[in-house]
Design a protein around this ligand. Structure first.
Ligand code: ADP
Ligand SMILES: N[C@@H](CCOP(=O)(O)O)C(=O)O
Length: 322
């Protein structure tokens, strides 16, 4: 459950007074999520999400995240919109944490995406990349290749608890990626960087909105595509579903055509995306205290995905060619 910080009634009342959003009708912690504390706040005027930013979010990045949501919403992309208080500020403090209110989006996330969902996602991802062009702020990706070795070092010697071979596999893969992924020079811009099914809402088969932009950054567009191939196109047994891969890639390509260099780099990008989520999950797995009220995600799921990508020679492994 991702409610790390409890908000007492009096503090909530004082917080809400800073806005012109009506009277509080209900206020409930949201069980989903990993990074921050989220509450659903209903008032006499509307529903909102109240987020208290927790330890892994750097406060200096908050203007980038909230500014990006404003930019994307203004350009017509359906994502949460920050709500400004009477003073014009969207970001303020609550219970000693930076906190913001954003608009509530209708829709549900899918647990088992179909090829149709993957096509919707591919189109929306390309639209996000196009819509982000023109956003003035910059945020380097702290979780890209130069950040992976330090994470591996933090887990070194402890990862046997997860799998006996993991340290060696990760070290060898990082040697490979530091010689390949690190040398890629691909079209860049604003990427979501965590567009997993839990961060995408649907109404019926139609994609209705994107949430959780708290890993968004400047990086290669095609890296975002690779993150999504990993998150959307593997089956529960970790076999890659080429029908879903084809649906995602062809829908993306129809909206933002991938350049030949981006297509050629997909297997390397997918390996990088696999190691990135393997490592963050591994560090969380090792560092989260027993009994913590947060769902731990399995790092080995991403080792299986990595194994698939290590055998992939080109984009046809994902069921697609331009
Ligand atoms: N704007 C929103 N509209 C509707 N529901 C939301 C919105 N933002 C978050 N949620 C709900 O809160 C949950 C956790 O939000 P998320 O941003 O993924 O948290 P975290 O960053 O902690 O992982 C989501 O799975 C969703 O159910
Ligand atoms: N998508 C990441 C975990 C981050 O969770 P989110 O709730 O912030 O999307 C993973 O699967 O490792």
């Amino acid at each position: 459950m991702a409610v790390y910080t409890e908000v007492p009634d009096d503090e909530l009342a004082a917080f809400v007074k800073a806005y012109d959003i009506g009277e509080v009708v209900s206020f409930k912690g949201i069980a989903e999520g990993v990074e921050n504390s989220n509450y659903l706040l209903a008032t006499t005027k509307a529903r909102f999400i109240l987020t208290l930013y927790e330890k892994r979010v750097n406060r200096d990045d908050l203007p980038f995240f909230l500014g990006l949501l404003e930019h994307l919403s203004a350009k017509g992309l359906t994502c949460p919109q920050p709500v400004a208080g009477r003073d014009g500020e969207a970001l303020r403090m609550l219970c000693g944490r930076p906190a913001a209110l954003v608009t509530f989006l209708d829709g549900v996330s899918v647990r088992r995406p179909t090829a149709r969902h993957c096509a919707e996602l591919g189109r929306a991802l390309a639209e996000l990349h196009e819509t982000g062009k023109g956003f003035a702020l910059r945020r380097p990706n702290a979780l890209s290749v130069s950040g992976w070795r330090p994470m591996a070092e933090a887990a070194k010697g402890r990862s046997q608890a997860v799998s006996p071979e993991l340290d060696a596999i990760v070290a060898a893969e990082l040697d490979h990626l530091e010689a390949t992924f690190a040398r890629l020079d691909l079209p860049k811009g604003v990427i979501h960087a965590d567009l997993f099914p839990n961060n995408v809402f649907f109404l019926g088969d139609r994609l209705s909105g994107l949430i959780d932009f708290y890993f968004a950054c400047d990086d290669a567009f095609a890296y975002d595509v690779a993150i999504c191939l990993n998150a959307w196109c593997f089956e529960p047994d970790q076999s890659f579903n080429v029908t879903k891969g084809r649906a995602l890639l062809s829908a993306y390509h129809a909206t933002r055509p991938l350049e030949p260099d981006e297509v050629a780099a997909l297997p390397t990008l997918a390996r990088g995306a696999a190691i990135r989520f393997l490592l963050t999950r591994l560090v969380d797995w090792l560092d989260t205290p027993a009994g913590a009220l947060v769902k731990k995600l399995d790092p080995l799921e991403y080792l299986k995905k990595l194994r698939f990508h290590q055998q992939a020679n080109d984009a046809t492994a994902f069921g697609w060619r331009p």
